[in-house]
Design a protein around this ligand. Sequence first.
Ligand code: EAX
Length: 327
Amino acid sequence: MSFNFRALALSAVSACAMLAGTALEARTLNIAMTPPEESHYGAAAKAFKEKIEDLSGGDITVEIKANGVLGGEREILEGMQIGSIEMGVTSTGPVGGFVPSTYVLDLPFLFKDYANARAILDGPIGQDLLDDFEPIGIMALGWAENGFRYVTNSKKPIETPEDMKDMKIRTMENDIHLGSFTALGAAPLPMSWNEVITALQQGTIDGQETPMSIFIANRIWEVQKYATLTGHFYSPSLIMMSKVHWDQLTEEEQGWVREAASAGVAANRAYVENDEKRGLEMLRANGMEVIETVDQEAFAEAVSAVYDVFTSTYGSETLEKIRAAQQ
Ligand code: EAX
């Protein structure tokens, strides 16, 4: 075990400072999320926590605030903007309302697979989008992952777009997602994740659409009967810090935060890969009827009009860059 000289040095400095009547304050960063801690977002937060506490010799500690205890994803973003929440891990669900350039990532059937999505997000296109957050008071530290989204419901198996007609499907508070499910003929209802399980239990919605990792973390089989592996959206997530708190860090500490965020992304993506491997079996073992072979072209055709709405509202520059990078 390598001896942690930084911790020893810090303790010595702290002791001297205490003796001199002042104390190096240990700082705590709360990191908020809506899923349970035992999830792909929790894996990101735990890896971030371990790395930053090690790098800072315990001078910076992390508290994980899971299960939406600090609010839904929109509230978490607003909290980071004003500094009442230090950090967050959220999907891009409500993000487009804060950083419209990210809406391009929410388009249906945009990415071919996980490798394609990660390659784009880890390159200049992804970095440019991360840079768009600082002007609104949030430091976007890295593109983590929520995963390809699938549909569940409790009314009937969904095999074709027509099967979704008039079905009350919860979507995130995201214009692109709302427009896509409207185009499918469903009756989409936008709401924060914090309200979804109760709405499913009460029957105010018939179904919802989230990635496999959210299914597993929330034991979706307890409230849903059918799943269809449409993969209709690739849902990125983000590890973020309030700029109010970022600006209070030294340059060295900011470097540690970036290093810890990279560790969080790696842990999150490994967790998603494992959930995708084990998820199908878990859903079926817990009584769900799962349709895994889906005519994605039929679904993609049914929602294709949302691309025109998107480009007429937000332009096509970034979309064209993504298409070019996918050649
Ligand atoms: O905790 O709101 C959603 O569907 C997002 O996937 C969120 O990250 C779930």
